[in-house]
Write a protein that binds this ligand. Structure first.
Ligand SMILES: Cc1cc2nc3c(=O)[nH]c(=O)nc-3n(C[C@H](O)[C@H](O)[C@H](O)COP(=O)(O)OP(=O)(O)OC[C@H]3O[C@@H](n4cnc5c(N)ncnc54)[C@H](O)[C@@H]3O)c2cc1C
Ligand SMILES: *[C@@H]1O[C@H](CO)[C@@H](O)[C@H](O)[C@H]1NC(C)=O
Ligand SMILES: *[C@@H]1O[C@H](CO)[C@@H](O)[C@H](O)[C@H]1NC(C)=O
Ligand SMILES: *[C@@H]1O[C@H](CO)[C@@H](O)[C@H](O)[C@H]1NC(C)=O
Ligand SMILES: *[C@@H]1O[C@H](CO)[C@@H](O)[C@H](O)[C@H]1NC(C)=O
Ligand SMILES: *[C@@H]1O[C@H](CO)[C@@H](O)[C@H](O)[C@H]1NC(C)=O
Ligand SMILES: *[C@@H]1O[C@H](CO)[C@@H](O)[C@H](O)[C@H]1NC(C)=O
Ligand SMILES: *[C@@H]1O[C@H](CO)[C@@H](O)[C@H](O)[C@H]1NC(C)=O
Ligand SMILES: *[C@@H]1O[C@H](CO)[C@@H](O)[C@H](O)[C@H]1NC(C)=O
Ligand SMILES: *[C@@H]1O[C@H](CO)[C@@H](O)[C@H](O)[C@H]1NC(C)=O
Length: 586
């Protein structure tokens, strides 16, 4: 779903007024301030990072005649690559969702191009010492610091104007611990093959390298999603209902703290940070440089591509969907995971011959180590029988079942193909058994608002493995709602660039969808990595009862707020004023 870039309103470049002394002292420095580091200071930083300091121009600048980088051929190349997740991941400053660079330099000659949405300097880090140099510099000079990895972030946490960015994309590759792993400083070892991976390692590479060892890891479904943001936020997978979240697999982490110290985190040392970095969110407690995780024997994967649809005019279309959602906990308990999508009055369903709008559900479901397709179809038989009894002949069910010998074989054909390069917001909620099963009428009315945009996902990426997980050190900081959730329900709201009406409508759409789910699951929470950045009561929503301890750790490890993002732990005392970050209270 790529929104075409439309004719764009131009705006006059932001002019920074004179800063009063109080403003300057309570805000992070930006170029032009007397406190902004001198050219010499930047040159010294460049030396410290082995010449890896970049001034990166926004990639869209090649499309703008008023930019020195203007180049028509390169512009065409950038335009055609813009919807590729890998293009943004491989660029030092680009991010996947245009809004977070404030649509400030789209590859469209009709738009304006300023660097106002982008970092000013980038450290292209490959070692913890490069990371340390960047952190130390930002701390000493009171400059806004961001961490970019793949730039996938749906909440805009991986970019900021007038900042120094630490780009960890090239900190990748893996090392194996063939039979066991001894966490540093511990007097015991943990059996099984473990993988130590650089924080920039992307899913597709982690899976491929693990497959070479005949193993797999608990990972996500986007190919270029990197471990850094994924694991610090929690990390869900179709393997999670069996093995737990990604954070539950972690044996050790290495990071650079806001103080510049390179630290090893595990259950024997820095246990507080070890807990906080497993779910407390990216770019908050420091920069993860590598992570050591358990690996698993690769399961066989039985995949069912299905659709269960009825005419959208059918006034009980959503009643049937609500009924099926009520069956999800049972299905998950029987070994089903995957990515169902609710469709609500979608004009023509691709791949079907439907020419009238349909409603219902479609998507991919997986069953691990099933030996025959009947293992899956049997589970659906009673559901289909109920639908047929209740609404005879009204629902059509199509299922295409394919068996894959390994997780990697499954993944190569069934990864998340979401294109990038447009303005987009997400909204989500974790749904537990009660929310899904207690009251089908309430579910139906929630669906009406939740799926008002036409499509809504209800991912089956939690279950027994997440409930019974035994993470090292006794716990992780992900929202406790994960430990009861059967489904992670999410919608996305794409919107036109540089259009305040469209932006406001997207925020309203997401707020209305998430409000419906909050009413359905009031005691639950949401997954920080795939959520509405404008959640009210975000501390409780993303971290629940873990928030006070997370905040305490943040204050202890980062008293000067070297790291700041929103909605992130401890971000309350600061505010973005246009393109400047200012402290508003202690
Ligand atoms: C197509 C697609 C599919 C997805 N599928 C899944 C899925 O199956 N399961 C799932 O759980 N999530 C999934 N996600 C969400 C994904 O986990 C988040 O977008 C995550 O934030 C991406 O992390 P990143 O490092 O790649 O991205 P970035 O945008 O670079 O970083 C995300 C956040 O983490 C911070 N960060 C990154 N690296 C580090 C580091 N080394 N140290 C400290 N902070 C760091 C950044 O500053 C930012 O705050 C998907 C996203 C997309 C776009
Ligand atoms: C950093 O040093 C390298 C190598 O000398 C140079 O190529 C690069 O342009 C420098 N970066 C900046 C921002 O000056
Ligand atoms: C888009 O990003 C800008 C900052 O870059 C922010 O001010 C604005 O609120 C964002 N819009 C949405 C809908 O999130
Ligand atoms: C960043 O560093 C990597 C690894 O050394 C290198 O391959 C890449 O070209 C660098 N990127 C830029 C834009 O300098
Ligand atoms: C993986 O399994 C294949 C087939 O069983 C075997 O030939 C190969 O040696 C195994 N590789 C490793 C690294 O164990
Ligand atoms: C769609 O219609 C074509 C031509 O009538 C037919 O060959 C095909 O099997 C139909 N596909 C489905 C999914 O019904
Ligand atoms: C799958 O079905 C086969 C044969 O019908 C049965 O023996 C097996 O136990 C089932 N496996 C699972 C995981 O349900
Ligand atoms: C179920 O939800 C509906 C709609 O919200 C509500 O009217 C009804 O009272 C609820 N039923 C029960 C038993 O709680
Ligand atoms: C801006 O968005 C609104 C709402 O989506 C739309 O009606 C309007 O046509 C858009 N304006 C432009 C100039 O594209
Ligand atoms: C984003 O751009 C708008 C103009 O379109 C501007 O008013 C706003 O201040 C910018 N936001 C940031 C965070 O730079």
């Amino acid at each position: 779903m790529i929104e075409k870039l439309h004719t764009i309103l131009l705006w006059t470049a932001l002019i920074h007024g004179c800063q009063t002394a109080t403003q300057a002292s309570s805000c992070k420095s930006i170029p032009g301030d007397a406190t902004w580091p001198s050219a010499t200071a930047w040159r010294l930083l460049n030396e410290t990072v082995d010449g890896r300091l970049l001034i990166a121009s926004p990639p869209g600048s090649v499309c703008h005649t008023d930019q020195t980088t203007y180049d028509d051929d390169r512009c065409r190349a950038v335009q055609s690559a813009w919807s590729s997740e890998f293009f943004h991941a491989d660029d030092p400053v680009s991010v996947e969702w245009n809004n977070w660079t404030n649509d400030s330099c789209l590859p469209d000659s009709r738009a304006h191009c300023t660097a106002n949405g982008y970092p000013t300097f980038v450290v292209n880090a490959t070692t913890p010492l490069h990371v340390k140099a960047g952190i130390d510099f930002a701390r000493r000079h009171s400059i806004r610091l961001v961490v970019k990895n793949s730039g996938h972030d749906y909440l805009g946490r991986s970019t900021a104007p007038n900042s120094l960015s630490i780009w960890v994309h090239h900190m990748r590759g893996v090392a194996w611990h063939p039979t066991s792993f001894t966490p540093k400083g511990c007097h015991f070892s943990i059996g099984g093959l473990a993988m130590t991976a650089g924080a920039g390692t992307q899913m597709i590479d982690a899976y491929r390298l693990a497959a070479e060892m005949n193993r797999t890891v608990v990972g996500g479904n986007g190919r270029s999603v990197a471990l850094g943001g994924y694991v610090t936020g929690g990390g869900h997978s179709i393997l999670s209902p069996r093995h737990g979240l990604a954070v539950d697999q972690i044996l050790e982490m290495e990071m650079v703290a806001p103080s510049g110290d390179v630290l090893t985190l595990n259950e024997c040392q820095n246990a507080d940070l070890f807990w906080a970095m497993r779910g407390g969110g990216g770019s908050t407690f420091g920069v993860l440089t590598s992570v050591t995780m358990k690996t698993y024997e690769s399961p066989r994967v039985m995949n069912m591509q299905f659709s269960l649809t009825t005419s959208a005019e059918n006034d009980h279309a959503l009643d049937a969907v609500a009924y099926v959602l009520g069956q999800f906990p049972g299905l998950v308990d029987s070994g089903i995971s995957g990515y169902p999508v609710v469709v609500n009055s979608v004009p023509i369903w691709p791949g079907s011959n439907q020419t009238v709008p349909v409603s219902g559900m479609t998507g991919k479901l997986a069953m691990l180590d099933a030996t025959s397709p009947e293992n899956m179809t049997q589970l659906f038989a009673p559901i289909l029988a109920y639908l047929h009894e209740t609404w005879p002949g009204e629902y059509s069910f199509l299922a295409d079942i394919t068996s894959y010998p390994t997780f990697y074989a499954w993944y190569l054909e069934n990864y998340d193909p979401t294109p990038a390069g447009y303005d987009n917001l997400l909204g989500s909620r974790l749904l537990d058994r009660r929310a899904l099963t207690a009251n089908a009428t309430a579910t139906r009315w929630a669906l009406e608002r939740f799926a008002a945009g036409g499509q809504a996902t209800v991912l089956l990426v939690s279950g027994k493995g997440v409930f019974d997980a035994r993470p090292r050190g006794g716990g992780t900081s992900v929202s406790p709602a994960w430990r009861r959730a059967y489904a992670h329900a999410a919608i996305s709201a794409p919107f036109l660039p540089l259009n305040e009406t469209a932006q406001r409508e997207a925020i309203e759409r997401v707020n209305s969808a998430t409000e419906a789910l909050r009413e359905l699951a009031p005691d639950s929470g949401a997954y920080i990595n795939e959520a509405n950045p404008w959640e009210p009561d975000w501390q409780r929503t993303f971290w629940g009862d873990n928030y006070p301890r997370l905040l305490q750790i943040k204050r202890a490890v980062d008293p000067e707020d070297v790291f700041w993002c929103t909605p992130c732990v401890g971000s309350e005392g600061w505010e973005e004023r246009e393109n400047r970050l200012c402290r508003v209270r202690a």
